[in-house]
Structure formats: C-alpha cells, structure tokens
Design a protein around this ligand. Structure first.
Ligand code: 5AD
Ligand code: FES
Length: 371
C-alpha cells in the first residue's frame, strides 16, 4: 500500500516537472533519467510541445559531405587527420553544385554542406564561390546551412554574404574538462575558441546551431544536463545531437569497455531530444544520422519525441563509405534518389508531414531577443 502511494507521489512529481516552464538542473536530470512510465510521459509531452510550438512538419536538408580531408585530430572521429586507414576524397565544385541541384529538384527546401575542417584562404574562396553558384542556379530559393568548423570572422562573414544563412558547429561537450579529454590539448582544439566561433556566428546573423555527443566515455548525466543548460543560456536556434559510436581507428576506442550498451545510448539520446524540446520549445532539432546507425528507424523515433529536421544524405553513393565518422553508418550503399521515396514512407510512419519546398527556418531565431 505504502509502495503504491509512493509510486503515485513519484508519478505526480514527475508530471509536475513536465508541466513547468522553468527547469532547474535537478529537474533536467530527473527528465533525462526517466524510465518506464515516466519515460513514456516525457516522450508524449515532448511530442505535444513540439506540435504546439513548431507544428507537425519535418523539414529536409539535403546533406552533402563533400570532403573527408581534415586538419583536426579529434579523439572520437573516424576522419581525423592521423587516421591513415581511410581513402581521402574531395568532390569537385561541379559535383557539389550538382548535389545542391538535386536537393532543389527533389524539393528538399534546404541544403547542407559539411566536410572535414580546413582553414585556408583557398578553402574560404572555394566555398564562397560554390555558395554563390548554388544561389544563382536555384534563383536564391534553396536554403543553405553550412557546417565547416572553426573559421575566422572574416571567413564566416564572406560565406554569410555569399548566401549561407545557417551554421552548425557542435560544442561536442559544453564541459571544458570533458572537452579536454576528447581533443588534443593544443591551439587547434581549443574550447574557448570554439565558444568564440559560436558567438561570432550569432553576431553575424546566422541561425546558429550546436550540439553534443551523447553517452561519451567519461560523460555523466550531470554533464548532459549542463549541455542542455548551455544550449538554453546560449539561446541557440538549432541543435543536432546523437549518440556517440566508437570508431576502431580512433584513440577514444580504448575506452569502449566503459560505455553503456548501444541501445541504452540510443534511449538516452531520445530523452535528450525530448527534454531539450520541452526546455527550448521553438528551436529546430535535427534527428541525427548516428541514431539510425543504432536503430534502423532511429531518426523517425526521434521525430516522434521532438525532432523536426532530417538531413537526408545526398552525397554521391561512391563517396559515402569514406565519410565514416563512426561505425555502422547507414545508407552508405544508396544513391541520393533511393533516399527520396524511402524517406517519404518513413516520415509518414513517424506521424509527421514533410515540409516540401520550405526552408523550415528556426522559429526561435525570429523570436529570440539575444544577439
Ligand atoms: N560518434 C558519434 N558522432 C560523432 N561525430 C564525430 N565522430 C562521432 C562518433 N564517433 C559527430 C560530431 C561532429 C559531427 C559532424 O559528427 O559531433 O560534430
Ligand atoms: Fe537513405 Fe533510406 S534514407 S536509403
């Protein structure tokens, strides 16, 4: 009897937290730790908050991963500079523009350009030209997000003026100490610089996105709660986050024994998405591809609990296998056109609609007051 009463109390406490509008760190930890019925309540609430604030539509961003050449050496990433075990590739400008044209013709609304991190005047000029060309051939109507790492303010401005209006730069972990364990301790991998870059992007006027990896070695639930608080305090417009998946050719692989099972990492990632949706109601949240590496319908499950952006991979098929940040990357054998019909079916299963031909900008960007 006493037990039943305690359970009822616990349940009502959980519901009380779900119905708050301001969340303490303890509240966030409670939400992230939910299991069983509480977890179901969390997911249902996140779905409702999403529908009320950003609607039922999912927006597509055709993603081209145009080069795996990288100057950095992050300890978790399969395309890190020191990995000699991969073939490096670099699409031509024409191939990138053709991919953008494909996104445009498939009515995806937006396009994302991502690559390994390179900083050079030649790279800045190259991306600038490609952006202008894409704007030209799509009559300025294709939305463009870029995700090209840490760059100078001048480079960010040039790309913004050339037509990119959203930028993704994951903080990876907002905890300085944990960040230090995931990256070499040198000038190229400096936490403060990354933070400065995020501030610069916001100042320039980009819709600014960040994100973290979930269930990393050495990461605690407190770190993840702090990540959500970081996103809220920074007032980000967009978030992409997914489970960490170990890659054998990286230094972090050594710590794989300490990881929780993949299925639990996946559930934790869903709870992160759901909790973030409840805390930051009107931002755009992407269903990360890494979710699909663990569960074949992982991205669709994320859409059900708060995500509203999907980034279908439109990199030409023969290069997909070489852009392996982590193991088990999905859809590496497909060609872009295979994904169009596949995704349509998937989204309907996720109880959502596709915002074809729409940019699907972050509502938060237009409503936020901090610049
Ligand atoms: N597991 C999961 N995500 C990873 N990323 C890089 N390596 C991994 C990995 N092993 C993520 C990082 C990066 C994004 C492009 O991919 O968060 O910002
Ligand atoms: Fe690529 Fe299904 S999303 S084949």
């Amino acid at each position: 009897m006493l037990k039943a009463k305690n359970n009822a109390n616990k349940m009502s406490n959980f519901n009380d937290i779900l119905n708050k509008t301001e969340f303490s760190k303890e509240d966030i930890i409670t939400l992230l730790s939910a299991t069983g019925d509480d977890e179901k309540l969390l997911f249902a609430k996140a779905k409702k908050v999403k529908e009320e604030n950003v609607g039922r539509k999912v927006y597509y961003r055709g993603l081209v991963e145009f080069s795996n050449v990288c100057e950095k050496d992050c300890y978790y990433c399969g395309i890190r500079k020191s990995n000699k075990n991969i073939d490096r590739f670099n699409l031509t400008d024409n191939q990138i523009v053709a991919a953008a044209k494909f996104a445009w013709e498939s009515n995806y609304g937006s396009f994302v350009m991502q690559s390994g991190e390179i900083s050079s005047p030649a790279f800045t000029a190259r991306v600038e030209n490609i952006l202008k060309e894409i704007k030209k051939i799509t009559d300025g109507k294709l939305g463009i997000t870029i995700s090209l790492g840490e760059q100078t303010e001048d480079t960010y401005r040039r790309w913004f003026n050339a037509g990119a209006h959203r930028y993704l730069l994951r903080i990876e972990s907002s905890n300085r100490e944990l960040y230090g364990k995931l990256h070499p301790n040198d000038n190229l991998h400096n936490y403060d610089n990354r933070l400065e870059c995020l501030k610069t992007l916001k100042k320039i006027g980009y819709q600014t996105g960040t994100g973290v990896m979930i269930a990393l070695p050495f990461q605690t639930i407190e770190h993840l709660a702090d990540d959500i608080i970081f996103m809220r305090n920074f007032d980000v417009d967009m978030v992409g986050m997914g489970p960490y998946i170990e890659h054998p050719d990286t230094p972090l692989y050594e710590f794989r024994e300490g990881l929780i099972p993949e299925i639990d990492r996946f559930r934790l990632a869903l709870r992160m998405i759901a909790t973030l949706r409840i805390v930051m109601r009107n931002i755009n949240i992407a269903a990360a591809t890494a979710l699909q590496a663990i569960d074949p319908i992982g991205r669709e499950k994320a859409v059900k609990v708060g995500a509203n952006i999907i980034m279908p991979n439109i990199t030409p098929g023969m290069y997909r296998n070489s852009y392996k940040l982590y193991n088990n990357k999905p859809c590496v054998d497909e060609e872009p056109q295979d994904c169009v019909s596949c995704l349509d079916v998937r989204i309907k299963l996720a109880d959502a609609e596709i915002g074809y031909g729409e940019w699907g900008d972050s509502k938060h960007f237009f409503e936020r007051t901090h610049f």
